[in-house]
Design a protein around this ligand. Structure first.
Ligand code: 5GP
Ligand code: ZN
Length: 113
Protein backbone atom coordinates (compact mmCIF):
# COMPACT_ATOMS: atom_id res chain seq x y z
CA UNK A 1 0.00 0.00 0.00
CA UNK A 2 1.60 3.25 -1.16
CA UNK A 3 0.25 5.36 1.70
CA UNK A 4 2.63 7.33 3.91
CA UNK A 5 0.36 7.08 6.95
CA UNK A 6 0.05 3.30 6.55
CA UNK A 7 3.87 3.25 6.40
CA UNK A 8 4.00 5.26 9.63
CA UNK A 9 1.54 2.79 11.22
CA UNK A 10 3.62 -0.25 10.25
CA UNK A 11 6.92 1.39 11.19
CA UNK A 12 8.36 1.75 7.66
CA UNK A 13 8.49 5.53 8.20
CA UNK A 14 9.48 7.19 11.49
CA UNK A 15 7.15 9.43 13.49
CA UNK A 16 6.98 11.02 16.92
CA UNK A 17 4.15 8.99 18.44
CA UNK A 18 2.13 10.54 21.26
CA UNK A 19 -0.59 7.87 21.56
CA UNK A 20 -1.27 4.39 20.21
CA UNK A 21 -3.86 1.67 20.77
CA UNK A 22 -5.27 -1.17 18.67
CA UNK A 23 -7.30 1.19 16.49
CA UNK A 24 -5.70 4.63 16.60
CA UNK A 25 -2.26 6.23 16.22
CA UNK A 26 -1.42 9.85 17.07
CA UNK A 27 1.86 11.54 16.15
CA UNK A 28 3.32 15.00 15.72
CA UNK A 29 2.76 16.68 12.34
CA UNK A 30 5.96 17.10 10.30
CA UNK A 31 5.07 20.73 9.58
CA UNK A 32 3.40 22.05 12.75
CA UNK A 33 0.95 24.95 12.36
CA UNK A 34 0.64 25.54 16.11
CA UNK A 35 2.86 24.94 19.16
CA UNK A 36 1.19 21.52 19.35
CA UNK A 37 0.00 19.98 16.08
CA UNK A 38 -0.81 16.30 16.27
CA UNK A 39 -2.36 14.02 13.66
CA UNK A 40 -4.77 11.35 14.92
CA UNK A 41 -5.39 8.55 12.45
CA UNK A 42 -7.24 5.24 12.30
CA UNK A 43 -5.02 2.20 11.77
CA UNK A 44 -7.57 1.09 9.18
CA UNK A 45 -6.82 2.67 5.80
CA UNK A 46 -9.72 4.92 4.76
CA UNK A 47 -8.85 7.36 1.95
CA UNK A 48 -11.27 10.22 2.59
CA UNK A 49 -14.21 11.13 4.82
CA UNK A 50 -16.41 10.29 1.82
CA UNK A 51 -15.37 6.64 2.15
CA UNK A 52 -16.61 6.23 5.73
CA UNK A 53 -19.17 3.47 6.28
CA UNK A 54 -21.66 2.97 9.10
CA UNK A 55 -19.31 0.34 10.55
CA UNK A 56 -16.68 3.07 11.04
CA UNK A 57 -18.83 5.13 13.43
CA UNK A 58 -17.07 3.90 16.58
CA UNK A 59 -13.68 4.41 14.96
CA UNK A 60 -14.43 8.06 14.17
CA UNK A 61 -15.64 8.47 17.73
CA UNK A 62 -12.31 7.11 18.95
CA UNK A 63 -10.45 9.74 16.91
CA UNK A 64 -12.46 12.53 18.53
CA UNK A 65 -12.13 11.10 22.03
CA UNK A 66 -8.37 10.73 21.52
CA UNK A 67 -8.17 14.40 20.49
CA UNK A 68 -10.05 15.51 23.61
CA UNK A 69 -7.89 13.35 25.86
CA UNK A 70 -4.65 14.56 24.27
CA UNK A 71 -5.78 18.19 24.59
CA UNK A 72 -6.06 17.61 28.34
CA UNK A 73 -2.66 15.92 28.45
CA UNK A 74 -1.02 18.75 26.51
CA UNK A 75 -2.63 21.22 28.91
CA UNK A 76 -4.66 23.36 26.52
CA UNK A 77 -8.10 21.75 26.92
CA UNK A 78 -9.44 24.61 29.04
CA UNK A 79 -7.85 27.42 27.00
CA UNK A 80 -9.19 25.85 23.82
CA UNK A 81 -7.99 24.10 20.71
CA UNK A 82 -9.12 23.00 17.27
CA UNK A 83 -9.75 19.68 15.57
CA UNK A 84 -9.97 19.61 11.77
CA UNK A 85 -10.46 16.92 9.15
CA UNK A 86 -9.87 18.04 5.59
CA UNK A 87 -11.62 16.26 2.71
CA UNK A 88 -10.39 16.20 -0.89
CA UNK A 89 -8.60 18.98 -2.77
CA UNK A 90 -10.89 21.92 -2.02
CA UNK A 91 -10.91 20.94 1.63
CA UNK A 92 -7.11 21.01 1.76
CA UNK A 93 -6.52 17.26 2.02
CA UNK A 94 -3.02 16.23 0.86
CA UNK A 95 -2.63 12.77 2.41
CA UNK A 96 -5.18 10.16 1.35
CA UNK A 97 -5.63 8.39 4.66
CA UNK A 98 -8.12 10.17 6.90
CA UNK A 99 -6.61 12.10 9.79
CA UNK A 100 -7.77 14.48 12.47
CA UNK A 101 -5.56 17.51 13.09
CA UNK A 102 -5.34 18.58 16.74
CA UNK A 103 -3.98 22.12 17.04
CA UNK A 104 -3.36 23.90 20.30
CA UNK A 105 -1.09 26.16 22.28
CA UNK A 106 -1.98 29.44 20.60
CA UNK A 107 -5.08 31.49 19.77
CA UNK A 108 -6.50 30.25 16.47
CA UNK A 109 -8.38 32.50 14.08
CA UNK A 110 -11.71 31.76 12.41
CA UNK A 111 -12.64 31.30 9.63
CA UNK A 112 -9.67 29.39 8.24
CA UNK A 113 -8.38 30.53 4.83
P1 5GP B 1 -3.93 17.38 5.15
O1 5GP B 1 -3.40 18.52 4.33
O2 5GP B 1 -4.09 16.13 4.29
O3 5GP B 1 -5.16 17.70 5.93
O4 5GP B 1 -2.83 17.08 6.24
C1 5GP B 1 -1.71 16.29 6.00
C2 5GP B 1 -0.71 16.61 7.08
O5 5GP B 1 0.25 15.58 7.09
C3 5GP B 1 0.03 17.91 6.87
O6 5GP B 1 -0.19 18.76 7.99
C4 5GP B 1 1.49 17.49 6.73
O7 5GP B 1 2.38 18.39 7.35
C5 5GP B 1 1.50 16.14 7.40
N1 5GP B 1 2.48 15.21 6.89
C6 5GP B 1 2.73 14.90 5.60
N2 5GP B 1 3.66 13.95 5.49
C7 5GP B 1 4.01 13.63 6.77
C8 5GP B 1 4.95 12.70 7.31
O8 5GP B 1 5.64 11.95 6.61
N3 5GP B 1 5.05 12.66 8.67
C9 5GP B 1 4.29 13.46 9.47
N4 5GP B 1 4.47 13.35 10.79
N5 5GP B 1 3.39 14.34 8.99
C10 5GP B 1 3.27 14.43 7.65
ZN1 ZN C 1 -3.18 4.43 4.61
Amino acid sequence: MDCIFCKIINGELPSKVVYEDDHVLAFHDLSPQAPTHVLIIPKKHISTLNDLQDEDAALVGRLQLTAARLAKEFGFAEDGYRVVMNCNEAGGQTVWHIHMHLLGGRALTWPPG
